[in-house]
Design a protein around this ligand. Structure first.
Ligand SMILES: Cc1cc2nc3c(=O)[nH]c(=O)nc-3n(C[C@H](O)[C@H](O)[C@H](O)COP(=O)(O)OP(=O)(O)OC[C@H]3O[C@@H](n4cnc5c(N)ncnc54)[C@H](O)[C@@H]3O)c2cc1C
Length: 574
C-alpha cells in the first residue's frame, strides 16, 4: 500500500512517545542535520561550505531528477563525443529543458469524424496551463531536472557583473569581492584556456581593432573550464561535481536522494494552522513508489532554481508578498557569421601558427581551410559598459538553437549572443495561484505541473525602456557581426523567444527590507530562523551578464550564516 502522509502527521509523530509510533510512521521518517533541496551548482555550494567548514553536520540533498552519469552532477559536455561534435550537444540541451508554462493550444479539429470523442470546452492537457496569458509568457523558459541541474549543460561563462548591474545587492562591495573570489575557486574559473586558439586570437584581435573605444571591454570569456593536461585537445567543463569537490571524504555525512520531490516545508500545526519561526521537516515523495517521507533536520535550504524555489515556498504556505515578483529575464539577440576571407587568408603567414597549419595540411591534404581540426573555438566576451549596457558573447557553443549542421564548416562559424537587461518591476512575476484564495475571479484553481506541484504562470512584459535598449543592442550586434564576416544563411540577426536566456532573477530576492525581498542579505527567509533560499532568484538586480557566479557568491554567505545558526543552536542545547 502506498504510504501518504496525512495533514498533521508531523504533529502526531512529534507528540507520540517513540514506543507508541507505528511502524509506517517510523520507517517514513529520516533524520539529518541539514536538508538541501536541489542539486545544481548553488545547492552544491551550500553542501560544500557546510561539509568543509562545519566539523560534524550531516547533509541530505534531495533532487527531483535522476543521476544521469557516473559523476554526481558532472557536465555532459565533458564526453569526447561532444567535444568532437559540438552541434550534437544541441539535442542534449533540448532534451534537458522542460518548458515551464505552456498555454493550451486551440484543439478544435474541424475535420474530425463524427463518432470521435470531442468537447466544446477548451481542452486542458496534462502539463498545459490554462491560466497562462500567451503575451505575458516566457515561452522558452525551462527547468532541467537532473542531478547537477542546468550545470550539466551550461556554457560556463562566469563574469562578475559591472557595478551598474549591482544596485540592490545588500552585500557590501568589499565583502562581495572576497566572496566572488571564493566563488571563482569553487567553479574553477579560468579566463585563458583558449589563448592558443587561432580562431580565438583572430576574433579577439579583429574586435580590438574594430572597436577601439571599447578595448577595455573586449576580454577572454571567464569560463568555468580547465584544459586537460593529459590531452590538451579537450577541456573539463565545471559542473555541480566541481563545486562539491571530493565528496567521498565526508563518508556518511553526505547523502543524496534522487528522483525524490521536495513537496513542502513543514511547521508544527496549532488548530490546523502552521505556527512558529522554525521549519521542523520537509515532506518529500519518492517518485518511484509515490510514498511520502518526512526528513527532520535543524536547518533547511531550498535551491531548486528561480522557479522551483518559490514554487516550494508557495506550496508550503510561505507566501510573502514579494515571492515570485521583481522577476527579470534577459532578452537575447542572436546571429551566426562565417568568418571573412581576408582574416582566414592571413592565417598561414602568421609565424606563430605557420608550423601548425603546415602540419595540418600535410595530414589532411584535401582540406582547403588553414585551420587545424583540433583548433579550439573562439571564446570572447564584450563586457557590459556604461555606453553599451548589454553583455555580449562572441564564441562557438551549443545552445538549444544555432547548430550549424552541414550548412558550413563549423570552424568558420562564430556565434554572437547579446543579452539585454530588463527593468525591475513589482508586476513582473511568476505566480502559482490566485493572490486571494477567496476571490479567484477567472483563475482556474488547482492546476499542477506534471510533477504535481502548483503550476507556475508568468506575467512578464518588457517596458518601453527595455524595448529601446533591445533596439540599440540589436544594432550593436549587427555592427560587431559586420567586423567579423557575413551572416550564415538561416542564422540572420533575430531576437530569441522570451525566456530562452534561462537567467531569471528576482523571484526570491535578498534585501534589507522584508516588504521588497523574500530573504535577508544572508539568504535566510524573513520570519524564519532556519530556512534559507539559494539560486538566481536571490539576485535582487537587473543584470545583463550570466548569473551563476553571483548566485554562488550569495550562497557562500548564506551557507556560513547557516553554520553559525547550527553552532549557536548546539551551544544553547548544552
Ligand atoms: C543552455 C544553457 C546555457 C547556460 N549558460 C550559462 C552561462 O554561460 N553562465 C551562467 O552563469 N549560467 C548559464 N546557464 C544557467 C545556469 O546553468 C544556471 O544559472 C545554474 O545552473 C543555476 O544553478 P542552481 O543550482 O540555482 O539551479 P539549477 O541548476 O537549475 O538546479 C536546480 C535543481 O533543483 C531541482 N529541483 C527543482 N524542483 C525540485 C523539487 N521540487 N524537489 C527537488 N528538486 C527540485 C532541479 O531538478 C535542479 O536539479 C545556462 C543554462 C543553460 C541551460
Amino acid at each position: 500500500m502506498v504510504f501518504r502522509l496525512q495533514p498533521g502527521a508531523l504533529n502526531h509523530y512529534l507528540q507520540t512517545p517513540a514506543e507508541q509510533r507505528s511502524q509506517d510512521e517510523r520507517s517514513h521518517i529520516i533524520k539529518t542535520d541539514v536538508v538541501i533541496a536541489g542539486s545544481g551548482p548553488v545547492a552544491a555550494t551550500y553542501a560544500r561550505i557546510i561539509l568543509e567548514e562545519h566539523p560534524t553536520a550531516r547533509v541530505t540533498m534531495v533532487e527531483i531528477g535522476a543521476q544521469d552519469g557516473k559523476i554526481l552532477g558532472g557536465h555532459h559536455k565533458n564526453s569526447v563525443k561532444y567535444q568532437k561534435d559540438i552541434d550534437a550537444f544541441v539535442n542534449v540541451i533540448k532534451g534537458a529543458l522542460q518548458t515551464v508554462s505552456v498555454p493550451p493550444e486551440d484543439s478544435y479539429l474541424p475535420t474530425l469524424g463524427g463518432d470521435a470523442w470531442t468537447t466544446n470546452k477548451k481542452q486542458v492537457f496534462h502539463g498545459s496551463n490554462p491560466n497562462q496569458v500567451p503575451n505575458k509568457n516566457l515561452k522558452s523558459s525551462g527547468i532541467t531536472r537532473t542531478v547537477g541541474g542546468m550545470a550539466t549543460h551550461w556554457t560556463c561563462n562566469c563574469p562578475t557583473p559591472h557595478e551598474e548591474e549591482i544596485v540592490h545587492n545588500p552585500i557590501p562591495k568589499a565583502e562581495r569581492d572576497v566572496l566572488y573570489e571564493r566563488a571563482a575557486k569553487l567553479l574553477n574559473i579560468h579566463p585563458n584556456e583558449y589563448n592558443d586558439s587561432i580562431r580565438h586570437t583572430i576574433v579577439k584581435e579583429t574586435l580590438l581593432k574594430g572597436l577601439k573605444s571599447r578595448d577595455n571591454s573586449i576580454v577572454n570569456m571567464p569560463l568555468a573550464v580547465e584544459r586537460r593536461k593529459d590531452n590538451p585537445d579537450y577541456v573539463t567543463w565545471s559542473g555541480a561535481n566541481t563545486v562539491l569537490g571530493d565528496i567521498e571524504q565526508y563518508g556518511d555525512r553526505f547523502q543524496l536522494l534522487t528522483e525524490t520531490r521536495v513537496t513542502n516545508l513543514v511547521r508544527p500545526m496549532l488548530d490546523g494552522l502552521p505556527v512558529g519561526e522554525d521549519i521542523r521537516a520537509v515532506q518529500v515523495r519518492n517518485l518511484h513508489n509515490n510514498e511520502d517521507y518526512f526528513i527532520l533536520a535543524d536547518a533547511f535550504v531550498v535551491a531548486c532554481g528561480a522557479i522551483g524555489t518559490p514554487q516550494i515556498l508557495f506550496n508550503s504556505d510561505i507566501r510573502p508578498q514579494p515571492l515570485g515578483r521583481y522577476l527579470c529575464e534577459q532578452s537575447i539577440a542572436f546571429c551566426q557569421i562565417v568568418l571573412k576571407r581576408q582574416l582566414i587568408d592571413l592565417i598561414p603567414n602568421n609565424p606563430e601558427w605557420k608550423k601548425r597549419v603546415e602540419e595540418h595540411h600535410k595530414a589532411f591534404p584535401n582540406d582547403p581551410l588553414h585551420i587545424p581540426y583540433n583548433d579550439p573555438e573562439p571564446q570572447v566576451q564584450i563586457s557590459y559598459s556604461h555606453d553599451f549596457p548589454w553583455h555580449c558573447q562572441v564564441h562557438r557553443d551549443a545552445f538549444s538553437y544555432g547548430d550549424v549542421g552541414p550548412r558550413a564548416d563549423s570552424r568558420l562559424i562564430v556565434d554572437l549572443r547579446f543579452f539585454g537587461k530588463q527593468e525591475i518591476s513589482v508586476d513582473n512575476r511568476v505566480r502559482f495561484g490566485p493572490d486571494d484564495e477567496k476571490r479567484v475571479g477567472n483563475w482556474l484553481p488547482g492546476v499542477t505541473d506534471i510533477y504535481g506541484l502548483p503550476q507556475p504562470t508568468f506575467e512578464v512584459t518588457r517596458s518601453a525602456k527595455d524595448q529601446d535598449n533591445d533596439h540599440n543592442l540589436m544594432k550593436d550586434m549587427c555592427d560587431v557581426a559586420n567586423l567579423l564576416g557575413a551572416y550564415l544563411p538561416g542564422s540572420n540577426p533575430q531576437f530569441m523567444e522570451p525566456g530562452l536566456a534561462l537567467h531569471i532573477t528576482g523571484t526570491t530576492r535578498i534585501g534589507k527590507d522584508p516588504k521588497t525581498s523574500v530573504a535577508n542579505p544572508e539568504s535566510r527567509v524573513w520570519d524564519f530562523q532556519n530556512l534559507w533560499v539559494g539560486g538566481n532568484g536571490c539576485i535582487p538586480d537587473s543584470t545583463a551578464c550570466n548569473p551563476t557566479k553571483t548566485s554562488v557568491m550569495i550562497a557562500i554567505k548564506g551557507a556560513r550564516a547557516l553554520i553559525h545558526y547550527l553552532e549557536k543552536k548546539n551551544k544553547s542545547q548544552y
